[in-house]
Design a protein around this ligand. Structure first.
Ligand SMILES: [Zn+2]
Length: 190
């Protein structure tokens, strides 16, 4: 603790004080994750990830108004339980997605680091269906046109680099068009 500059920062350190901590301790970056609803959710990701000599992954544990940080020493093991992969993975500190290969994570990081901490959530069953209900935004049309374009998906080449990459080409095979003149003016959305 003697080496850390905690000037003006109360302990336990609130999440909102972590940017101040990082600005006062220029060799350290910090990420914070919580475990909620059986999911790991990154709630604070440092903009200095992979740029500073020391990085700390913390998990925030809370009960009521009390909270405590615990150090995560191995993100791969923490995230590993949610994957089918048995070996070590390379985990994105921003979205906690585990990658099998280090170069895949390195390709992913420049894009993912542009965004704040994020996680994927899905709507509950029963609330996960979208329906068109903006009838007032539809336009009247005298006919309807249905078209379908089919192609054959044929393999072209196979390359072996670090792993197998299959290249396919789409060959057009059929085009179908069906025009229906509507007897009464119907409404279609565009
Ligand atoms: Zn990511």
């Amino acid at each position: 603790m003697k080496e850390l500059d905690m000037t003006g920062i109360e302990t336990p350190v609130a999440l909102s004080s972590i940017p101040k901590f990082e600005s006062q301790n220029s060799s350290i970056s910090v990420n914070v994750t919580v475990y909620e609803g059986k999911e790991l959710i990154p709630i604070y990701t440092s903009k200095f990830c992979n740029q500073r000599p020391h990085h700390a992954n913390l998990m925030l544990l809370s009960k009521g108004d009390n909270f405590h940080y615990t150090l995560v020493t191995n993100l791969s093991r923490l995230v590993g339980g949610s994957t089918h992969h048995n070996g070590m993975t390379f985990v994105c500190p921003y979205c906690l997605h585990p990658f099998r290969y280090k170069h895949c994570l390195q390709n992913h990081l420049p894009e993912c680091s542009q965004h704040p901490a994020q996680t994927v959530t899905y709507q509950e069953e029963g609330k996960n269906i979208l329906k068109f209900d903006k009838i007032q935004r539809m336009f009247p049309v005298p006919f309807a046109l249905y078209a379908d374009f089919e192609s054959l998906h044929l393999p072209e080449n196979t390359y072996t680099v670090a792993f197998v990459v299959r290249v396919y080409q789409n060959f057009p095979s059929m085009i179908t068009k069906f025009t229906r003149i509507l007897e009464t003016v119907s409404y279609r959305n565009f």
